[in-house]
Design a protein around this ligand. Structure first.
Ligand code: CA2
Length: 149
C-alpha cells in the first residue's frame, strides 16, 4: 500500500487549544484521524508528523523524496506553519528531494498580515490549498492523489 506523508511545522501542535477564531477548534490529533479516514478511502496509508524544528522537517522531506522514488509514497501534504514565510532551506529541500508537495494553510493567509502573503514553498509546490480550515488537508490529499495517477 502506498503512503502519503502529512507534514506539520512549528506550533501546529497547539492546534485546537488556542486561537480558535483563526484556526478552529480541531486538534492536531483530530486532523490526523481526518487524514487517515480520507486516505483510507483512496487506499493510502498515512505517515503523520509534526515538528517545531526546521532541520527535522528538512530531514523528513529528504527521506520522503526517496520514498516517492522507490514507489512507496505519493508525496506530501505540508503545512509548514510560519516557516512558509521564512524558509529558503525548506524550499531547497523540496526542490532537491523532488518531492511532490501540496502546500496547505488552515487560514486564508492572504486575508491576514502582509508578512503571511509570501510563501517560499509555493514555487516548488505541486498545488496549494488555503483558507478552508482543516478540511484543506482532505482537499490536499485528494489533489495529490489525482496528480500522482
Ligand atoms: O493557516 C495556517 O495553516 C498557517 O500555516 C498556520 C501558521 C501560520 O504561521 C501561517 O502563517 C499560516 C501558525 C501555526 C500555529 O498554529 C497555532 C495554533 C493554535 C495556537 C497558536 C498557533
Amino acid at each position: 500500500m502506498a503512503s502519503v506523508l502529512i507534514l506539520n511545522g512549528p506550533n501546529l501542535n497547539l492546534l485546537g487549544t488556542r486561537k480558535p477564531e483563526v484556526y478552529g477548534s480541531t486538534t492536531l490529533a483530530e486532523v490526523e484521524e481526518l487524514c487517515r479516514q480520507e486516505a483510507g478511502k483512496l487506499g493510502l496509508d498515512v505517515d503523520f508528523r509534526q515538528s517545531n524544528h526546521e532541520g527535522q522537517l528538512i530531514d523528513w522531506i529528504h527521506e520522503a523524496g526517496a520514498e516517492v522514488k522507490a514507489g512507496r509514497s505519493i508525496g506530501a501534504v505540508f503545512n509548514a506553519g510560519a516557516y512558509t514565510h521564512t524558509s529558503v532551506a525548506l524550499h531547497d529541500a523540496i526542490e532537491g528531494a523532488e518531492l511532490p508537495v501540496v502546500e496547505v494553510h488552515i487560514s486564508n493567509v492572504h486575508r491576514r498580515e502582509p508578512f503571511r502573503h509570501h510563501s517560499y514553498l509555493s514555487p516548488v509546490a505541486r498545488g496549494i490549498v488555503v483558507g478552508f480550515g482543516v478540511y484543506g488537508y482532505v482537499l490536499a490529499i485528494n489533489g495529490l492523489f489525482q496528480a500522482a495517477r
